[in-house]
Each structure stands twice: as C-alpha cells, then as structure tokens.
Design a protein around this ligand. Structure first.
Ligand code: SF4
Ligand code: MG
Length: 338
C-alpha cells in the first residue's frame, strides 16, 4: 500500500514506577492526502499517545515504540532526531486544546507565526511578517495588519485558537494533527473553528488527524473514523458507517451519550457506565467486558476469556464477539444514531 500516511501495528509502551503501560497496542490505519481521520475515545484510550509517536515527541528513555509509521516514503520510527526536527512544524504540524500553553507569552502572535515560517522556509524577516499578516487574515482575525503585533493575552480564547492554527498552517504542512483543539471553547466558537479548519483543509490540501472524545466533532469533520479503547482500535469505518451503523458496544455507548442532535429521541441517553481500564493491567478477554451490557448475550464467558480481533473488510470492521446480525439488531433498537 502506498498511502501518504500508513501506520502499521503501532505499539507504544512506557515504563512507570508501577510497571509497563501499554498505551497503544497494535494500531493500524491509513490516511490519504487532503482527507480527515477522526480518532475517538475517552481520555486514556491511547489516542493522544499515538499522535505523539507519529511526531516523535515521546520520551525515548522511557518509551518503546514498535511497528511502522510510513509518512510519504519516510519511516518515522527509524528517523533521526534531526530528520524529525525538519519534518515537525514544516510538513507535520500539531494543534492542541490549550492555545495559551502552546503560545509564548513573550512574543507577539505575529512574531510566532513569522519565526516558524522563517525557520522552516528560510524566508526573510519582511516576507515572514507578511506571511504572518496573511495567515492571521486566513484564519479570520479582523484587522490582521494591526493585530499582528498583539500578544496572546490580547486575544480571546477563540482568537488564540485561530492564531495557533495560523502558526500550524504557516508552512503549508501535509499533515495536521489536531488534538481536542476545540474542547475548551463554547459551542458556537467551536463550530466556527471547525468550519475554518474544513475551509483551510480544502484550500491547502492538508490531511488531518482529528483526535476527540466528542462524536459531534467527528460528525462535523471526519471522513473516516477509528474508535479507540484501551490502546486498541475497536471499530473502524467511514464517518457515515460509524455514526449511522455502529457495530461495537463501546461505539454504541459513545453515541448514546451525545445529547440529542436530531437522532431518535425515543431512545434514552445512556452513557457508558464505569471507567476506562488501567493500561498497566488491562482486563483479560475483551478489554471492554467489565463495562459491556452484552456479555451474557455472547455467552460461554467468551467476552471474559477470549480477545476479539479486528478484522476489516473494505476498511470496515469491529472487534467484538457478537454476530453481525446481533449487532445490526441491537443498533436498530437500542442505540441513538447521530
Ligand atoms: Fe461486549 Fe463481548 Fe463485544 Fe467485548 S466482545 S464488546 S464484552 S459483547
Ligand atoms: Mg488526550
């Protein structure tokens, strides 16, 4: 396969005082240029750790990475720190939830965009300042010629998020990793930022990995979806398949915890009960079984003893022992579709 980004059997393990944490345990996916993969799951499901591994931002002394990450012909797990430094910011960029932490309080927003552009593109100071003004305009900051000299604390939360996007896209990266970038914003601003990212994606042709716990955000942004649980992918498909015809009980729980967005209101809200498992000692069998309502339906204690595997047909599949007919029936009668 010659996808632009191809992740194969990714494992990320790190050592803690309590033992070895298997944060990512055999993750595979492909991403094409210009398209968006949504990675969804609760905190601690391994979704952020996967992206840090792609960026080479893990602590090499404490972390063991297995598997392969092919990015446009480069094997990132074998790339040197020097090679990774060249890729980061220039060809792979990242935006986070907390713009205030990501931006420096000591430099103007314009200087921070210009500095990124100068460092990676070898532009002159004058060109870089002009790029900063252009980018601020592109992300919808009014009066960019004036705002370019403002500091982050002069900006509202939504504007800081726009400024972070401007920095991330200043060098026209091929891949943008967006980790909960709108989680701290109110719904209206969140929606504006998601629209903006969509517009910039079509303009720049950027591929996006969108990491979120919010299926509403997935519905608005993603082409394909990967549902993560306990460091593994439990369901994969197109956004339509996963939101309209989900096949894994964990995905059903995520869907059933989204307040009504036009789905079937006769089916009550029913968030996933319990808490995510410890990745130091994940449960045997299906890691979701302590929280799953369908263990008895599968019978023979299979959920508690045998680990379901993810088998994909045309990129579609789920890791669960229920039969295809059972999944279809349960989805139709018990789950609120998005
Ligand atoms: Fe639930 Fe069993 Fe399916 Fe796991 S394999 S999701 S425990 S029904
Ligand atoms: Mg996270």
């Amino acid at each position: 396969r010659s996808s632009f980004l191809s992740v194969r059997d990714l494992h990320v393990r790190f050592t803690t005082l309590d033992g070895i944490v298997k944060a990512v345990d055999g993750l595979s996916f492909d991403l094409e240029r210009g398209s968006t993969l949504g990675i969804v799951g609760e905190s601690g499901s391994g979704k952020s750790v996967s992206s840090l591994a792609i960026l080479g931002l893990h602590n090499p002394k404490k972390t063991v990475i297995g598997g392969e990450i092919h990015f446009d012909g480069v094997e990132l797990t074998k790339a040197s720190e020097n090679e990774m430094n060249k890729l980061r910011g220039r060809r792979i960029a990242m935006i986070f939830q907390d713009a205030l932490a990501a931006l420096s309080p000591f430099y103007s927003v314009g200087e921070q965009i210009a500095e990124t552009y100068r460092r990676h593109m070898g532009a002159s100071r004058k060109e870089a300042r002009q790029r900063a003004i252009d980018m601020l305009g592109r992300v919808g900051i009014p009066n960019p010629e004036r705002r370019v000299d403002d500091y982050p604390h002069h900006f509202s939360g939504g504007m800081r998020q726009r400024a972070m996007i401007a920095i991330a896209l200043a060098c026209n990266p091929d891949l943008l990793i967006a980790d909960e970038p709108t989680t701290a914003l109110d719904v209206t601003v969140q929606s504006q930022i998601l629209d903006l990212l969509g517009d910039l994606q079509s303009e720049f042709g950027t591929a996006i990995i969108f990491i979120t716990h919010d299926l509403g955000v997935i519905a608005q942004t993603a082409d394909d979806v990967l549902v993560m649980y306990a460091g593994r992918c439990v369901e994969k498909g197109t956004v339509r398949e996963v939101l309209r015809d989900a096949r894994h009980p964990y995905s059903w729980g995520l869907l059933s915890s989204v307040p009504d967005l036009g789905g079937d209101v006769d089916i009550p809200l029913r968030p996933v009960r319990g808490t995510p498992p410890s990745l130091l000692s994940p449960p045997p069998g299906c890691p979701f079984h302590p929280r799953c309502d369908y263990v008895a339906r599968v019978g023979d204690d299979a959920c508690k003893t045998s680990r379901p595997t993810l088998t994909l047909a045309d990129g579609r599949g789920s890791a669960c022992h229920l039969t295809a007919d059972e999944k279809a029936e349960i989805f139709a009668t018990e789950v609120r579709p998005l």
